[in-house]
Design a protein around this ligand. Structure first.
Ligand SMILES: Nc1nc2c(ncn2[C@@H]2O[C@H](COP(=O)(O)OP(=O)(O)OP(=O)(O)O)[C@@H](O)[C@H]2O)c(=O)[nH]1
Ligand SMILES: [Mg+2]
Length: 353
């Protein structure tokens, strides 16, 4: 499952974003520890499939959000706390960086500069990776001095570490250095932070969300604006109250939906859909997954006994109303194991028991 970790400087609105994203209450007096909650991934395409199938059950994909307390990095104590929290941050599949751009006299701030705030967080990520690279380099260099049969592998690693260092020193993320499957394997255990996709959230005052351009940075996957205070409020309303409130605020959809989608896309995930009288369901897979991978994500038996996947694109199904119509129009394809699953594919996987 996708793990989205929310980080940023103190009081940037991370916990409010967490509340909005996860639609859960938080205990304001809880100790300063990371908190986590599961959230539903919006999938409006399921609505149509529900209408067609009238299933007993509807299942959405889920994403986990983790709210990490902000540390004031200027102080020794803050630095120590950040270090203590780093292992949690390293477990992320995608990083959500929240920067403050809202005015609120009740929340003191020396200066509101979202761009500079992002830069500060970004530099901490670079710095953390640089430390990992340095420590590992020392180890490998030491090992190279001793006689051993594994010197070739060590030299190869040293070479990669040197390239990592050079990139980090010019503030280039390691996602641009680590390209091949071999390289990925080699560095997996280091859990580099600058290898992760980043979604930047600019937390603005209500009324400035639309008129302010989203922040721009070279190395981020997505950038979006929201007002965390309002969004957190929306998230905690009953569904009936929500529509009215959103209309009042002039919002077409909750920002959490945009945020969740951005995280999902940044992490290279897509959804395929399954339907039947029992259940209509969305399943997340990595972009580029094959039909047999998709089958395996449902059940290992389906991958083992895979025969074929009857597949129709969501748009084709809608255009021809239902399965019968889509079949008559020749839009239902019989796909084999190596078919690359597309976002919104509706699949029926046939397998030998
Ligand atoms: N006006 C306004 N206030 C906000 C907004 N977002 C957050 N705040 C306020 O700013 C304060 C800090 O918000 P939090 O979400 O707790 O910030 P945080 O980043 O989690 O803070 P730490 O966990 O201490 O790092 C709270 O009093 C919020 O109500 C916003 O969009 N507008
Ligand atoms: Mg917080």
């Amino acid at each position: 499952m996708l793990n989205a970790v929310i980080i940023g400087l103190p009081q940037s609105g991370k916990t409010r974003v967490f509340v909005a994203a996860s639609e859960t209450h938080v205990d304001a007096f809880a100790p300063r520890e990371p908190r986590q909650a599961m959230a539903r991934v919006p999938e409006p395409r399921l609505d149509y499939l529900v209408k067609l199938n009238n299933p007993k059950k509807v299942t959405y994909e889920t994403i986990t959000f983790v709210d990490v307390p902000g540390c004031s990095l200027a102080s020794q104590k803050g630095q120590e706390e950040w270090r203590r929290l780093l292992p949690t941050v390293r477990q992320a599949d995608v990083l959500v960086i929240v920067v403050r751009a809202f005015e609120n006299p009740a929340v003191p701030s020396e200066k509101i500069d979202a761009q500079a705030e992002f830069q500060e967080v970004w530099e901490e990520l670079i710095f953390a990776d640089l430390e990992t690279v340095t420590r590992r380099t020392e180890k490998v260099e030491k090992a190279l001095k001793k006689p051993s049969k594994s010197h070739d592998a060590e030299k190869q690693e040293l070479n990669l570490l040197t390239r990592c260092r050079e990139a980090l020193e010019s503030e280039t993320p390691l996602s641009t250095v680590i390209n091949t499957e071999d390289e990925r394997k080699l560095v997996r255990s280091f859990a580099f932070l600058t290898q992760l996709p980043i979604v930047c959230v600019q937390n603005l005052s209500d009324g400035e969300v639309e008129s302010t351009p989203p922040l721009e940075f070279e190395h981020i996957a997505a950038s979006l604006n929201l007002c965390a205070d309002i969004e957190a409020e929306i998230a905690l309303l009953d569904p009936e109250e929500r529509a009215g409130f959103m209309e009042e605020m002039g919002l077409a959809e909750p920002a959490r939906d945009r945020l969740v989608r951005a995280c999902f896309q940044a992490a290279g995930r897509i959804c395929f859909l399954t339907m039947g009288p029992e259940e209509v369901r969305a399943w997340a897979v990595r972009e580029g997954s094959s039909a047999v991978d998709a089958a395996g994500s449902i059940h290992t038996d389906l991958a083992r006994g895979f025969i074929r996947a009857e597949t129709v694109a969501y748009e084709d199904l809608v255009a021809h109303e239902d399965m019968k119509g889509a079949k008559a129009a020749g839009k239902v394809r019989k796909e084999g194991k190596s078919y690359i699953v597309q976002d919104g594919d509706i699949m029926l996987i046939l397998a030998n028991a």
